[in-house]
Ligand binder design. Sequence first.
Ligand code: 4GY
Length: 433
Amino acid sequence: MKFDILTIFPEFFESPFSFGIFKKALDRNIVELSTHDIRDYTEDKHRTVDDAPYGGGGGMLMKPEPIGRAVEQIRQEGSNSLVILTSPGGELFSDETARELAGYDQLVIVCGRYEGIDERVRELYVDREISIGDYVLSGGEYAASVIVDSVARFVPGYLGNELSPERDSFKESLLEHPQYTRPENYKGLTVPEVLLSGNHEEIRGWRRRESLKRTYLERPELLDRAGLSLDDITAIDDLKKSARPIFKAYIALVHYPVYNNRLTIITTAFTNLDVHDIARAGKTYGIEKFYLVQPNPEQQRLAERVLRHWTEGEGPALNKSRAEALEFVVIKDSLGEAVKDIERIEGKAPRVVVTDARPRENAIGYSEMREKMMRSGGDPFLLVFGTGWGLSEEIMEKADYTLKPVNGYTGYNHLSVRSAAAIILDRLFSCTI
Ligand code: 4GY
């Protein structure tokens, strides 16, 4: 495997590749690395590599001609080569990309500097644009060295015989289990007994379970891609009983104040299906309590009778899990009463999150909201769903966050509140094993 790096700072690469395993692989001719100074491919007296952007706006861009000339000379036509541009706008680099890139005989890596490169270099020369993460570096050189190092690990022979890149994280989409070396007791912390037991079968089982536990607690989204055995799934089911990411979320279904189709404020009627389905979804996703906000006394009585049917008398015997779901439904006169109830339970007012089927300015996206909830350290949130034609402005205004509407790639958007609630709960609290 040959790495050719195009840069205006070739010296950058002197030190990173002159140590350890990479250096050894260079000496053994497993990998080759050459840096090329883009200035050497200029044709003017000042060896100019940058110029101002058309349309103004300040900053400088990398000129196309020197890069084009360099690529044309360096790229080995006909061989199995690929031209890569490192840029924050590229596809996100991963273990999988590294594995794939290791299949080429030559990687030509163009390091962007200044404000970026002329678009025509992309069009004419770049096969793949790769980003190493969502942040901006002062130059593509940092990214290029990350790519070179991680790709090299997948080049046959790079790690020697005894080590395999497959052994490490990410191939299986699981984090590494904890590791210990001597001393057995360090500052009062001792090595887990099983690792001293010499029982390799048990050690293997312990390591696997610890890997699963770390992944489940620290990077649960990785489990989505992990190849799990039934034993693994059972181990994770056990974990679910003892620990979950810390979040405290409550939901409310508001029947007043909401709009009707002419945007006047009304009270809507109790809907059996909505209450049952949202309760069961809420229970599934770890919601603490489900408030039915309904000020109408007759409607309250009706809702209570339905809930009692399942939670008292014969109900629980007929359907235990449905009873469990409906037991956490509480009727309140107003959203304010629900907030007070949470304050009483948690000793802290919840942050209120509202939902709306109509687009609004400053609405927050689902990944951002999920991160906020998962990283709140246990501070409570109240997720509010409207009925009718949506929550009144009075409620929307007072909320801490407004979620974006649930959408597909069509212009059509007419979900029932129970569908929207299920989708939103899944986006915020799903555990994908
Ligand atoms: N992130 N992943 C990255 C980067 C520096 C301005 C274009 C990244 O790959 N490269 O931040 N590169 C920028 C600096 C010009 C390259």
